[in-house]
Ligand binder design. Structure first.
Ligand code: SF4
Ligand code: SF4
Length: 178
């Protein structure tokens, strides 16, 4: 049965990380097969995976992981806080990860760091938009302007595709035949 726009908004954009994950699991089990049967959605997922790979490759080349490790080792920690995990994730974005075959699960319940942060980093290839805001002071200080410019371009490319996929899913959930 299709969902109304109002139902989607009420269901998908509130709650903490584990609550959003439960709702994403529900949507996946009810609508996952029909969503993946749509060429447009499968194609957007593939394009998004390519954009994630391109951004990851650039982040590796500019050694961003080094900066984040230094940051994470300070008393205040890195930027993957519990607040970020609860507030910035949403149900559709978690569902997108599931549609891409990711085993989305709660990695920690300490309420200090994001519940999707594993020992080797974030488990979500498709992250909330705010988590892609990598232009923090440390990264700016440690990178060249050419690296930062390329980072902005690749992040923008990724976000465009991610927003398009989100829209495609929201539209599909409202169609009766789903
Ligand atoms: S993105 Fe910036 S603030 Fe976040 S962990 Fe990395 S260096 Fe620290
Ligand atoms: S990047 Fe991943 S682990 Fe970090 S706050 Fe965002 S969702 Fe959580």
């Amino acid at each position: 049965m299709a969902l109304s726009y109002q139902e989607i908004i009420t269901r998908c954009y509130c709650g903490n990380g584990p609550e959003k994950l439960d709702k994403a699991r529900e949507l996946y089990s009810t609508y996952g097969k029909s969503l993946l049967a749509q060429d447009r959605i499968r194609a957007s997922i593939e394009t998004l995976q390519e954009a994630v790979e391109a951004l990851d490759a650039h982040m590796t080349a500019m050694e961003m992981g080094k900066n984040c490790s230094v940051c994470a080792a300070t008393p205040k920690g890195g930027c993957c806080s519990a607040y970020m995990g609860h507030e910035n994730n949403d149900v559709i974005q978690l569902l997108m990860n599931m549609l891409a075959g990711v085993d989305v699960r709660i990695e920690r319940t300490d309420d200090v760091e994001c519940c999707f942060l594993a020992d080797n980093g974030c488990i979500l290839p498709f992250k909330p938009i705010f988590c892609l805001n990598y232009l923090c002071g440390r990264i700016q200080k440690e990178s060249t302007s050419a690296e930062l410019q390329k980072l902005e371009v690749k992040t923008g490319d990724l976000l465009r595709v991610q927003v398009a996929l989100e829209q495609n899913i929201i539209v599909a959930l409202q169609v009766d035949r789903i």
